[in-house]
Write a protein that binds this ligand. Sequence first.
Ligand code: NI
Length: 206
Amino acid sequence: MGVREELAEQGFAYAKAVFRPSELAGASAEFDTLIAAWSADDLDDPDYWSCPVDGTEEHSLYRIHRLESKTDWPRKLTCGPRFRELLAEVFRVPVKLTQCALTIKMPDAGVRVPWHRDPVEVAPGAVYNFSLYLDDSTPRNGCLYVLPGSHLSGDEMMTTMPAEAVPVPARAGDVVIHDVRVHHGSPQSKSHARRRAMVLEFRPDE
Ligand code: NI
């Protein structure tokens, strides 16, 4: 089954090893510099989103919003030929980037992302989120979980992750694509290492 068919049926799909580790080294280092700026505690930037880790008062960084305004790496990485091919395969029409962020699970403080559907009011099969992994992502470090096929269900959804949700582990360099309508979330990370993914929302450019 091809990526388009998987997206249509399941609401998510993998593209393995879209980037080699060497192609991500520069971006990885620069993203760590952005994260370190938040950790230095004197940052007053509304694009850095943090919240308390479950069961504690400790605030932890989970998202750097508008990443494209802080570094040129989103543009550089999405211009690569393999990524362009993937976009063409998924959409088959010209596209535009409508969201770009770095999602982060901090070491020993990787916050849970509540079960949700992305707040984009569109039909299934219209708008997709591409997660480009900088680090391996596993159930232990709070990988993405999705409910297969839920992009086709109506507006009702569970408020907590259902038992039928499946983990979507990934390796650094993989891209995971999901329909913004699919139900998804991620648990708290219990890892001592950080886990980062660059998330990009694309839609047809009409
Ligand atoms: Ni989401």
